[in-house]
Design a protein around this ligand. Structure first.
Ligand SMILES: Cc1cc2nc3c(=O)[nH]c(=O)nc-3n(C[C@H](O)[C@H](O)[C@H](O)COP(=O)(O)OP(=O)(O)OC[C@H]3O[C@@H](n4cnc5c(N)ncnc54)[C@H](O)[C@@H]3O)c2cc1C
Length: 461
């Protein structure tokens, strides 16, 4: 009997009812949201507690079987797909918001808790958990921590890692440790918690998360500002921030992105049809009046006629704007199922010139691209559509196309990914952004956590 078969037999007897081997069910764990990636796991274990996770890791470590941790499977870099075989360890059943501690402005949650559910639970106490990846209705907090996910509110509030004050995790040999807790400062030795943020399931499995909460803003308004082109929109974003106006979101969408979404959802996004790009802003304030004053200041800083700004007047209109923004990828996928989705980050002041240069380059290759994203923090989404290009030509050109995009981002002082991570799809390009010495240090850290290399092999390094 192979080591894998022996491990599965042991798992089945140690965790009855939690081990899935039904091929039809396994099929649903063979993909995440990465374009064009598939790998069927040998089995899936749906853990219900840290003890279950510990049991799984102990057995798999003994048998040398690969374990791919999985949250909600919304990742876009193949992180939760078992590309090197072995088993998938699903945390989806560990989905409780265990505590909202208003006195300490803290939340304690299980890794499978859906991000939007944590936000809703916090809001009941007039508290806010700010990180808001566009997938927040479906992704899990464990996946957010493992990817150090960000979202539109990062411009004002930061990203997932800024809110994690403690983690309970299970190491590769099955031992359980807790690093940090509800306290918001910690200078007690190395930060294991810090190392696990963004580690993509390669160092340990996170089983409990302590999150810092902040007071929810009493009022906010959402608005859509039109600009002549992407350059003008992105430059205006810089002018706002330098002028001391810090919106809670500062997103840009070029007109093509809006056109795809409008067609896909069959809903008018209230965008100006004669604009080349828009900024989507949320402004917060202590009162509605304060928000409107910020709006006037923002219009002046961007030299926009206030009558051209669409201000959402109702929660339905607000929702429509944000649904539009969050549906861009879905709309692109419906149009061109195969596309390249990049999320480079450059210093904020470089966004306009980086995107203009890249757009021109893509045009010379006769490739259609759609650009949108976080103008406020320099993290831009660059989606290149395959359209009707023959599969073999597309596949042949992809590696050099990716390299060119990364070369340009790095050349502008940025890096290859701002929030989606490395996973397996960018692993071969890590050396463009990191020195050999740093990658070697990664290997040594990985070895210290996971000497047998069972945790999410084939990811990051
Ligand atoms: C429509 C759409 C919009 C998106 N928008 C954004 C966005 O705005 N910002 C953004 O950052 N991302 C975005 N994403 C990507 C994705 O939602 C995030 O990366 C998210 O954090 C993944 O969470 P998940 O629970 O689905 O994790 P999964 O996809 O299941 O896993 C992601 C990684 O985390 C690891 N992992 C999961 N749980 C654990 C755990 N408990 N312990 C250790 N490792 C674990 C996995 O091994 C894997 O490497 C988007 C995706 C989609 C499909």
């Amino acid at each position: 009997m192979s080591q894998l078969a022996s491990a599965i037999e042991k798992l089945q007897s140690a965790l009855p009812g939690r081990v899935v081997v039904d091929p039809d069910v396994l099929e649903t764990y063979a993909r995440d949201e990465t374009v064009d990636l598939y790998a069927l796991p040998a089995c899936v274990v749906r853990a219900q507690s840290a003890i279950d996770v510990s049991t799984v890791l102990k057995i798999c470590n003994d048998y040398g079987v690969a374990v791919t941790p999985r949250g909600a499977g919304t990742g876009v870099t193949g992180g939760s797909v078992a590309v090197n075989g072995g088993i998938v360890l699903s945390l989806e059943k560990m989905n409780r918001v265990l505590e909202i501690d208003a006195r300490n402005m803290s939340a304690v949650v299980e890794p499978g808790a859906i991000t939007a559910d944590i936000q809703t639970a916090a809001l009941r106490h007039r508290l806010m958990y700010p990180p808001d990846p566009a997938s927040l209705d479906t992704c899990s907090i464990g996946g957010n921590v493992a990817e150090n996910a960000g979202g539109p509110r990062a411009v004002k509030y930061g990203i997932t890692g800024h809110y994690v004050t403690g983690l309970e995790c299970v190491l590769a040999d099955g031992s359980v440790i807790t690093s940090g807790g509800k306290y918001v400062k910690n200078a007690t030795g190395y930060s294991i918690c810090g190392m696990l943020i963004g580690s993509e399931g390669t160092l340990a499995v996170i089983t409990r998360i302590y999150l810092r909460l902040v007071p929810a803003a009493p009022h906010s308004i959402d608005l859509l500002m039109p600009f002549e082109d992407m350059n003008a929109a992105v430059s205006a974003a810089g002018a706002l921030l330098q002028g001391g106006i810090v919106p809670s979101t500062l997103e840009f969408m070029e007109q093509d992105a809006i056109a795809f979404v409008t067609a896909h959802l069959g809903q008018d996004l209230m965008a100006c049809t004669d604009a080349g790009a828009h900024l989507l802003l949320q402004l917060e304030g202590s009162s509605q009046q304060a928000c409107l004053e910020s709006l006037e200041a923002a219009a002046a800083a961007c030299a926009i006629e206030p009558r051209r700004i669409f201000v959402a007047q109702t929660s339905a209109q607000q929702e429509r704007l944000w649904k539009g923004r969050r549906s861009i990828r879905e709309a692109l996928r419906a149009h061109s199922p195969v596309f390249l989705a990049e999320d480079c980050v450059v210093p904020r002041g470089e966004v306009a010139v980086f995107l203009a240069g890249l757009k021109a380059h893509l045009r010379t290759l006769s490739l259609r691209s759609v650009m949108f994203g976080h103008a406020g923090d320099g993290n831009v989404h660059i989606d290149v559509l395959k359209d009707s290009m023959p599969d073999d030509r597309w596949r042949a050109m992809l590696p050099e196309l990716k390299r060119e995009i990364y070369r340009r981002a790095i050349g502008h002082g940025g890096t290859i990914t701002g929030e989606h991570g490395i996973g397996c799809i960018r692993r071969d390009y890590l050396g463009m952004a990191k020195s050999p010495e740093e990658i070697e240090l990664y290997r040594r850290i990985k070895h210290a956590f996971d000497p047998k290399g069972i945790l999410n092999p084939g990811k990051i390094i």
